[in-house]
Design a protein around this ligand. Sequence first.
Ligand code: G1P
Length: 297
Amino acid sequence: MSRKVTKAIFPVAGLGTRFLPATKSIPKEIMTLVDRPLIQYAIDEARAAGIKEFIFVTSRGKGALEDYFDHAHELESSLRKAGKKDLLQLLNETNMESGAIAYIRQHKALGLGHAVWCARRLLANEPFAVILTDDVIMGEPPCLQQMIEAYGETGGSMVATMEVSPAKTSSYGVLDIAEDMGAIVKAKGMVEKPKPGTEPSNLAVIGRYILAPTVMQNLNKLKQGSGGEIQLTDAIADEITEGRDVFGLRFRGQRFDCGSKAGFLQATVAFGLARDELKDELAEFLTDIMSMRKAAE
Ligand code: G1P
């Protein structure tokens, strides 16, 4: 089977309740880090990794997300008339080629595995990527590209992974390690949200996956797992049980959990500091606010 990965699934059906009231009227994937919505970071990372087809698994109330990738004709023509080439260029980067995006609805919130399974008819017998937009990763080359390169060597299925403190493993999918080769680890099992004290390691799965088509077949079983949901982790663990390889890649880069308020704020600061036009003013502000805090203690 070819190891070329050209399709990525973006499960974006979640309600984003942790960001209410903001998410009452906007999808959480449209929330912005500096000036780009979360979904744009995910799409840029996918494109850098050679993805050509983008499959969004959406739900009610996600219309703004679909509109975001349309051409904004009126806006474009007024920018053109005003000679604002830079802004036009910026907008152009958000446009998608016709037919490159597909939207599929997840009609019931039955879990991440179920969301991915909703896209089954859009895939042939080919490996595919999954990107969780809550996990924003600052890395060079971008995380999915690092994975595509590693996967070219290993085949099988691959998840992004990083060490987390043992106290936090119960919030993640966790790898049971068969062989630790440094950047790449081979898994002998995977557990979704293990109960504290039962985690097989502290290597957590982060939201980037390259999956063999057999993972989709495993999802066909629609088996309920942790929290009563259909878990992607379980379908990947089934690969191992059935004798196929699953690897984790310790990616190079910094991951932000933009599904949490603290993570979102940290990402905002980090991406702000990475921008030439903002970094000095922002750094000065941060220094000032920290010294005011210290003085008040
Ligand atoms: C999901 C996955 C979990 C993974 C995590 C990474 O969990 O189910 O295996 O470790 O993303 O962010 P969620 O955060 O949606 O509960």
